[in-house]
Design a protein around this ligand. Structure first.
Ligand code: NAD
Length: 260
């Protein structure tokens, strides 16, 4: 039972933060979940959380920026569950700098994971979804892909690319009944947000991040930062049959921040 009863889902970056919350929510709504992460311990631990709660999950260690790993993670999922209905390309990293000072290394690293990795996540799922004429792909973008936020230049470029890629994929695979949507989260406190503040010089490594969270909340019309569950609720909706006529959509989940 549940809103994803009988479905098979794959979530990348599912070992932490928004991916973890979404994997848990998908499983609670009846989906069997491939819990993909670069960090094997994190993938194992979220898998255990799901199975302990009575759900079905498979831990998969993969780097989404590798074509070979992306191919293998889909193969392992199909070998275990026979089919795949939902792909949430969520894995991502922060990145620092502006156009005049970021490095080529930083640009390449962020683009490889946050842009190429989102493409590769669905590359090997698409033929299967097209053949079955069903599928929901959700790409994790960011409010940083919609508005100019200082200090995260390569990240901004990658997330803007994810938004454009989502629309192109939606148009291409709509006739195959494969839906492709993107989510643009605002600030949701996770290890990524804390690392980003330190890397941008907005916080020292020993700063009390809760104080910065409270300051940041003032910039959001709803006057609070998001929770991983706020994000998981939208991912769940887009994954489910309730969104059967929705594709090419760019969904802000940001407390109104990008409406400024
Ligand atoms: P997080 O750091 O808590 O979790 C990210 C997970 O992805 C980690 O478990 C990490 O091991 C994994 N990962 C990193 N590189 C990987 C790779 N190459 N292959 C596979 N897994 C990899 O971060 P989060 O805040 O949950 O972010 C998840 C996604 O949401 C990212 O794409 C991020 O850009 C996006 N996002 C987050 C926020 C926010 O405020 N937290 C806002 C907008 C967008």
């Amino acid at each position: 039972t549940g809103r994803l009863a009988g479905k098979i889902a794959l979530v990348t970056g599912a070992g932490s933060g928004l991916g973890r919350a979404s994997a848990l929510r998908f499983a609670a709504e009846g989906a069997a979940v491939a819990v993909v992460d670069l960090d094997p311990t994190a993938a194992e631990s979220v898998t255990t959380e799901i199975t302990t709660a009575g759900g079905h999950a498979l831990p998969v260690t993969a780097n989404v920026s590798s074509d070979a790993d992306s191919r293998r993670m889909i193969a392992e999922t199909l070998a275990e569950f026979d089919r795949l209905d939902i792909v949430f390309a969520n894995a991502g990293i922060n990145g620092a700098g502006n156009a005049a000072d970021t490095t080529e290394y930083e640009w390449d690293r962020v683009i490889a994971i946050n842009l190429k990795g989102v493409w590769l996540t669905s590359k090997y799922a698409l033929p299967h979804m097209i053949e079955r004429r069903t599928g929901s792909i959700i790409n994790q973008a960011s409010m940083g892909g919609l508005i100019g936020l200082p200090g995260i230049f390569p990240y901004t470029a990658a997330k803007g690319g994810v938004i454009a890629m989502t629309k192109q994929m939606a148009v291409t695979y709509g006739p195959d009944n494969v839906r492709v949507n993107a989510i643009c989260p605002g600030t949701i406190p996770t290890p990524l947000v804390y690392r980003s503040r330190v890397d941008r010089g907005a916080a020292a490594p020993n700063t009390d991040q809760a104080v910065l969270d409270a300051d940041a909340a003032a910039r959001f019309p709803l006057r609070r930062l998001g929770s991983p569950d706020d994000l998981a609720a939208t991912a769940l909706f887009l994954a489910s049959d309730e969104a059967n006529w929705i594709t090419g959509g760019i969904y802000t989940v940001d407390g109104g921040r990008s409406a400024f």
